[in-house]
Design a binder for this molecule. Structure first.
Ligand code: NAP
Length: 238
């Protein structure tokens, strides 16, 4: 069994890679700006611990030619995929008046166009299996500082429904909406804001990357769940 996870060098993507590796999947780790030596260390760790095979491929998911090359390389390595996890994403929060069109489009390009391109070229390598897209709770409304991120994640939900319909019945397409998860993405958050957000979560704590990894694995392996949008947010109430 082979799975491609985009943005698997760090954070949630890395935890997803470890979860699938622990279940015996061979893993394709996609990364973009991470150092090759760090990604190779991750490959060595997963291969030694779980006795599986790992391929590391650098690709900016927002660049169509790079995405085509990614799948060319994957096809040579394993021919077919069982699952694709569209996890790569960026955020660039800032006051509304400072946000330029360039900033806005930059976030849309990675989060939304990137997910589209990976679906568009990736499904051809799946005979039967599933695609899991990473949206966010912010798809349902966040803050003005993250308006680009929030719009991109709402787009990922729409795209999930369209691909689920188009690819049925052979390929299931599902989507996860994590709430606050402790990763690099949130590491510069002001303590005061963090406390305020934590108090809106019924479980009164941020999630861990492994909480999302387990949900992704569930979506990948449950054979009747399709076209679903699932929140994993500890019960966040805005
Ligand atoms: P993270 O720690 O910042 O990691 C982001 C990952 O995405 C890295 O592996 C990075 O690779 C990769 N990436 C970024 N731009 C890329 C590009 N253009 N092409 C390929 N890979 C790219 O973020 P995270 O918190 O793990 O988030 C993972 C996903 O969950 C994202 O889609 C995010 O929006 C979503 N999410 C996160 C939270 C949260 O609270 N953390 C909540 C809801 C949803 P390099 O470092 O190699 O560039």
């Amino acid at each position: 069994m082979n799975v491609l996870i985009t943005g698997a060098s760090r954070g949630i993507g890395r935890a997803i890679a470890e979860k699938f590796a622990s279940e015996g999947f061979n893993i394709i780790i996609n990364y973009n700006k991470s150092k090759l030596e760090d990604v190779e260390k991750l490959k060595e760790y997963l291969e030694n611990k779980y006795n599986i095979k790992v391929l590391c491929l650098k690709c900016d998911v927002s660049q169509e030619e790079e995405v085509k090359k990614l799948f060319y390389d994957i096809k040579k390595w394993c021919e077919k995929l069982d699952c694709i996890v569209n996890n790569a994403g960026i955020a660039n929060d800032m006051p509304l008046d400072e946000k330029t069109s360039f900033d806005f489009l930059d976030v849309l390009k990675v989060n939304l166009l990137g997910t589209f391109l990976i679906c568009k070229y990736g499904y051809k390598l799946i005979d039967e299996g599933s695609i899991i897209n990473m949206s966010s709770n912010n798809a349902y409304g966040g803050y003005i500082e993250s308006v680009d991120y929030d719009a991109s994640k709402a787009g990922v939900i729409a795209l999930t429904h369209d691909f689920a319909k188009y690819l049925s019945p052979k390929i299931r397409v599902n989507c996860l909406c994590p709430g606050w998860i402790d990763t690099d993405m949130n590491k510069n958050m002001f303590e005061e804001f963090r406390e305020k957000e934590k108090n809106k979560i019924l479980l009164k704590k941020f999630g861990e990357a492994k909480d999302i990894a387990e949900a992704v694995y569930f979506l990948a392996t449950n054979q009747y769940i399709n076209n679903a949008i699932i929140k994993v947010d500890g019960g966040y109430e805005n």
